[in-house]
Design a protein around this ligand. Structure first.
Ligand code: ADP
Ligand code: MG
Length: 732
């Protein structure tokens, strides 16, 4: 680092300071155009939107060479006036907007007058058009924003045809990367399919240049389901349910949603989400993930949904003044809209699923259900979390009985609204965050190697057990009882969850959603805590050892600061320059780790990770995360088992007159603390059991590759064969 700086300084001495120059317009325009038109499919989208804006009822697309040789879009819309042709492809020429205020109420898809101009900077554009009442049309060619010659009169049918040839002819690198990719045509067909489902009154077709048959051809229809059937096929249309929501939001905004969603019979490996907001085809990652979560949580089968949704909001609630290619939108009241939609999808799915015969993995909601108690306790805990800005100094984690020392307060859990009551999803929503842009380096081969190792080491017999077992319940704090065919197994939940988390970290590498801590927590202080916990020092409070721990904590924090960028990009572990940690990755949807284990994890990151070798580094970080997120038994003893004695004993020894749990209720201060503790322990254990049943086992079924070692290391233990048991019963 220092050497490099020295060299560059030396170089600077000889070299003149670089002069700032104004880029030529042609260069500026080409750079800008390359951003608007990123791939052939982005040009097709702009052209189709123009055709729709021109009130067309029929749009056909022809593509050659994935769009690089030719893209041609013909429509039967209102056409372009002869007088407008000279400025048609200049930047910022549009017929849709004249003053800024118009943006508030704009209904058309284009409005910036940028798309056609951009196309002329990166391709050869020819426009043929005719307006009503004309006997013939005109054809004009464009380069770099300008019309090349006078428009030529020509024969034309109703509407406009726009042709782009040699796209990216002047961008060698872009052309090269796109040339070998066969999927651009697929992307174009996919795009047109989406338009066809929404704009049912328009007929669409798309074919490859020279092909006799169109790959997609839809007729104008009045039925949405017919449109879906003709585009996505009978098997999709057969398994759809209609869905509708309309509601008044916090700001009295009205939103309407209607659409179709797949039922529990629908099977697909990938989610299809066709989303239109105010008739614009858009992506909304947050909504998509929110719906995916409902499906994973509600249906026992590993199927991804098909979703078509059209959302209408007051135009002023959608910011349309965004870059034309930016398909990702954000809405005013986004949280509210998403939550409303999520709960309607959930109840629709639940009621459709009830008629099925397989065992449903839903949770009964009674007042004693884990989620209900968690809600209550969250309310109690959050104020203390807000008060303590940092981890309190005297917080000693070894004393598991000190509730103030527990880190739950750092978790962001907003109090659920009334409409969500009864829905277990409420606890999850806080963890839904925008996915980061995956960095380009994310397809590192070392990760691929680690994933391959998991695949190669997978035990087929155990895989079958995991995929097809029925979860019977927890046998104790560590082992769960499973039934597979006629065999019963005891399985070690901690081992399983540790390994599952490890595998998921590698699978989600660089693509994590984030859990936001409500308060950033100081990394050095957390490491101090972990060191105290770990220390075998006879005098843990002694000044000398405290100083030493302080140094170790400082050094580890420095090390992590140096690695902060990598930890953030690849693992979504975010630490700011002051050494505060505020974000952790979502490894399994709907699951947050036990925050009591955060100090240990940070210490482990500092101590146990090998930062030298890339592959070993990723592997050790994944293992540390696996250990942190695993479903360890809560630190407080289980009050429903032998653990209850522990709480009773505390009451007795604390000198209160109470000898039973009932007495605690009207007992002294200490007794109140005991009760709080008991409640917290109950919550922790109940929540863990809930997570094991509703998050861990469904995820194991979906994602887990059991390593061969688990067949012999006691993780899976066969305890009985039902056949043999039956035979014993028969004899009796
Ligand atoms: P924008 O759509 O943002 O206005 P474009 O560059 O896409 O900008 O188009 C510029 C203008 O060209 C449009 O405003 C419209 O008047 C006209 N135009 C483009 N395509 C068509 C078409 N297919 N039919 C009729 N007019 C069109
Ligand atoms: Mg446009």
């Amino acid at each position: 680092m220092e050497i490099e700086e020295a060299i560059s300084e030396a170089e600077l001495e000889d070299k003149p300071i670089p002069k700032i120059q104004r880029l030529e317009d042609s260069v500026v325009n080409r750079i800008a155009a390359g951003e608007v038109i990123q791939r052939p499919v982005s040009a097709v989208k702009e052209l189709i939107e123009n055709s729709l804006d021109a009130d067309s009822t029929s749009i056909s697309v022809v593509v050659k060479d994935g769009g690089l040789k030719l893209i041609q879009v013909s429509d039967d819309g209102h056409g372009i006036r002869y007088e407008d042709l000279p400025i048609l492809c200049e930047r910022h020429t549009t017929s849709k907007l004249s003053k800024f205020e118009d943006l508030q109420s704009i209904r058309s898809m284009g409005f910036r007058g940028e798309a056609l101009a951009s196309m002329t900077y990166v391709g050869h554009v020819t426009v043929t058009t005719i307006t009503v009442g004309q006997l013939h049309g005109y054809r004009a060619a464009y380069r770099d924003g300008l019309m090349v010659d006078e428009p030529k009169a020509c024969a034309a049918v109703k509407g406009t045809q726009i042709m782009i040839e040699n796209l990216f002819y002047n961008m060698a690198a872009r052309r090269k990367t796109l040339q070998n990719s066969a999927d651009d045509y697929t992307k174009i067909v996919d795009l047109i399919s989406r338009f066809a489902v929404h704009h049912t009154h328009v007929s669409f077709s798309c074919r490859k240049h020279g092909a006799g048959r169109a790959d997609i051809h839809t007729l104008a229809t009045s039925s949405r389901l017919d449109a879906i059937r003709s585009v996505y096929g009978v098997s999709v249309a057969r398994n759809l349910m209609k869905i509708e929501v309309s509601d008044t939001g916090p700001l009295n905004s009205v939103f309407n949603m209607d659409g179709f969603i797949s039922n529990s019979n629908y099977i697909a490996k990938k989610i299809t989400m066709v989303l239109f907001i105010n008739d614009r085809l858009v992506d909304c990652g947050a909504l998509k993930r929110a719906i995916e979560i409902v499906y994973t949580a509600t249906l026992p089968k590993a199927s991804k949904p098909f979703i078509y949704m059209s959302i209408i909001l007051p135009p002023e609630h959608v910011d349309v003044n965004i870059h034309p290619t930016k398909r990702e939108v954000s809405l005013l009241n986004q949280e509210f809209v998403i939550e409303r939609i999520q709960s309607v999808v959930e109840s629709k799915l639940r009621s459709s699923n009830e008629s099925r015969t397989f065992q449903e993995q839903t949770l009964e909601f009674s007042s004693s259900s884990p989620m209900a108690t968690i809600k209550d306790s969250t309310k109690d805990l959050s104020p203390s979390g807000i008060k303590s800005q940092k981890v309190p100094h005297k917080m000693v984690r070894t004393d598991t009985l000190d509730p103030s020392g527990r880190l739950h307060a750092y978790m962001q859990m907003k109090p659920p609204s009334i409409s969500e009551r009864g829905s277990f999803l409420s606890s999850v929503r806080s963890s839904i965050r925008q996915r980061r842009n995956p960095s380009e380096t994310a397809d590192l081969t070392s990760i691929q190697e680690l994933v391959n190792e998991i695949d190669n080491d997978c035990h087929p017999g155990l895989l079958d057990v995991v995929r097809h077992c029925t979860y019977a319940g927890m046998a104790d704090g560590i082992f769960a009882l499973l039934q597979h065919n006629t065999l019963l197994y005891l399985v070690n939940v901690i081992n399983l969850s540790k390994e599952l988390m490890y595998q998921q970290v590698l699978h989600r590498f660089a693509h994590f959603n984030a859990i936001q801590l409500s308060e950033p927590a100081s990394v050095p202080e957390l490491i101090m805590l972990a060191l105290k916990e770990e220390g075998t020092d006879p005098d843990p409070e002694g000044n000398e050892s405290n100083e030493l721990r302080g140094k170790i904590a400082e050094m580890n924090t420095e090390l992590l600061k140096q690695k902060a960028e990598m930890l953030e990009d690849y693992f979504s572990i975010y630490m700011d320059s002051n050494g505060n940690i505020s974000r952790l990755p979502v490894i399994l949807d709907q699951y947050t780790p036990d925050m009591d284990r955060l100090p240990e994890f940070l210490l482990c990151l500092g101590n146990d990770v090998d930062w030298e070798d890339e592959k070993i580094c990723f592997q050790t970080i994944a293992a540390a995360l696996g250990n942190f997120y695993a479903l360890h038994p809560p630190l407080l003893p289980n009050p429903s088992g032998d653990g209850l004695k522990f709480y009773r004993k505390r009451v007795l020894s604390s000198g209160s007159e109470g000898t039973s749990i009932e007495n605690i209720e009207n007992g002294t201060m200490e007794a109140e603390i005991e009760e709080e503790l008991l409640l917290e322990a109950e919550n922790a254990w109940a929540q863990r059991e809930w997570s094991i049943q509703h998050v861990l086992f469904p995820s194991l079924r979906l994602f887990f590759k059991p390593p061969t070692s688990m067949a012999t290391n006691g993780t899976f233990v066969q305890v009985a064969s039902l056949e043999k048991l039956y035979r014993i019963f028969e004899r009796c």
